[in-house]
Structure formats: C-alpha cells, structure tokens
Design a protein around this ligand. Sequence first.
Ligand code: NAD
Length: 306
Amino acid sequence: MSTIKTIAFIGLGNMGGPMAANLVKAEFEVTAFDLSEDALALAKKNGCATAQSVAEAVNAKDAVVTMLPAGKHVRGVYGGGDGIFASARAGALFCDCSTIDVQSARDVAGEAEKMGFNMVDSPVSGGVAAASAGTLAFMVGGTDAAFGAAQGVLDPMAKAVIHAGGAGAGQAAKICNNMLLGITMIGTAEAFVLAKKLGLDPQRFFDISSNASGQNWSMTSYCPEPGPVPASPANSGYKPGFSAAMMLKDLRLAQDAAQASGTATPLGAEAQALYAMFDSLGGGGTDFSGIIQMLNGDLTKTENHS
Ligand code: NAD
C-alpha cells in the first residue's frame, strides 16, 4: 500500500490545475506552487495549500508532481540552490508529467537517482478535458520501483498508467505516438480533400475507408472532415481539443530526438513543416485536425481560438 500522503504540485496551468484538483479529491494533502498568482488562487479554491516558492512547496513532502511547459523549465525547477533536489526530503518520489525532450528527462532522472530519489517521467495523452475528468493516459519511464511508487499518485488522474521502460521512455513513447498522430491526421485530411475533389461524398468515403485498409484513429475517432464523427472538433469550428500549436511542439521534439539519435523520419519532418505552416497562417490555436482547412486551400473558414 502506498505511504504517500503529502504531494507538492509545481505548475498549475491548463493541465496542472485540474490534475492537482483530482489529487485533492483523492484525499492527498496537496501544496501548490506556480509563478502565476492566478493559477495559485485557483489551486487554493480547489482545495490545495499554497506556497511562495518551490523550496517551500516541496519541503518534507512525500512526493512532487511537476507539470511545466518545456525541458528548460523542468531542469530549472529540479536543479539549482533552491530547486526540488536541494529542498526535498530524502527518498521522496518525483513525477514529471510535462512533455519535454528525451535528453532533459534522462539528465534530470539521472541526477535524481544519484541523489537517492525515485523519479519517473510521466507525460500524458489527453487534453484539458481529460485532465479535468481524471482520464489521462500516463506513459511512464523509470525503474520498476519508481513506477510502482508513482502508480498510486498517478491513478487518481488517469484512465491508464503504462510503464514504457527506463528513464526517458515515457517521453520517447509520447513523441513517437504524437509524431504518428500528426502524420495520420495529415494523411486522413489529404484523403478527404482529394475524395471531395474527385466528386465523392465525404460521408460515403468515410463509410468505405473506415471499413477498409485506410482506417485509422484520426479518421474514426477524430475525423477532420465535418459530419462523419459527431464528437470530433470538426463539428464545432475546430475548437481544441488538442491545439495545432501543441502538436507542433511535439513534432519538433520528435525531430530533435530523430536528429540526436541519427534516425531518418521523413514523414515526421514533413508533418512538422506542415504544422509550422499552419501555425504561421494563424492556425496554432485551433484544433490540430483543423489543418484540413489549410490543405483544402480554405483557411478563411478557420476559427482562430488562440
Ligand atoms: P500551461 O502553460 O497552461 O501551464 C504551465 C504552468 O507552469 C503555468 O501556469 C506557468 O506559470 C507554470 N510555470 C512555468 N515555469 C514555472 C516555474 N519555474 N515554477 C513554477 N511554475 C512555473 O501549460 P499546459 O497546457 O498546462 O501544459 C503543461 C505541459 O503539459 C506541457 O509540457 C504540455 O506540452 C503538456 N501537455 C499539454 C496538453 C494540453 O492539451 N494543454 C496535453 C498534453 C500534454
């Protein structure tokens, strides 16, 4: 049985805020720290205690959860004279749920291990709605012992907690999955654009392709063409969901990892270039499936939610 009762939560933005609220609901004592006063005020409303610094938040806590924008923030918050490593109690558990580059995840986890802490990288699949509902999927990198310790902390925020492998494996799984998602979304969107140009009714094409070898998640669960999948963002003006800017961030991380490991990922590179173009045309704040409007040559219909 888990002995973790007290948790420091660092980074209470769009995702971290509702995640911390779910830990409170699961009866952990949660102490929040964020640079934003507004984020802290909301955390307080959701039942968290608040701290004025990282050091104060993590002091004597059983576990620390971080949900930060990028690798440089994670390195900054864990390292340094008043960071998590310097201020946490001996043997504390750290779960970094941010989506960051694989190398930063491995470096920070290596430091944690040297200092006798248990650490996992545990990025999530699922957006703000899943964070609020406690139905995120966590992809976890770390030792068996660290994974075992982390499960009790992650469970109240999750529909699934999956052990991907050693340190950095959670980040590796996340960016490989999202690279594939970006590619399949563009491919699915291109197929609908061409089908329509060839005179096919989109619903008829969906009925055929979703039962044929072109079938994939971007088509059957998140169709970029309005109509065939009622719950998909295509039917609500491409309101995210998962924004194109977030997809671009993950595609860039995948390309960084591909270059660092000497791996050729030409479709991943092309997906990154296309999402960068969509972003530069003002699509960053729309759902990532909205890229179909750029491929249609019809960006004037795109509602920009940024
Ligand atoms: P966000 O920008 O809303 O929140 C980040 C929070 O971190 C902010 O409140 C910011 O003030 C805080 N912060 C930054 N530096 C800090 C520091 N040094 N100390 C304390 N707080 C600090 O971002 P988000 O949408 O919540 O995303 C967080 C992470 O989750 C990112 O890595 C993102 O890629 C990933 N993610 C997001 C989504 C999504 O749909 N939003 C989905 C999956 C994964």
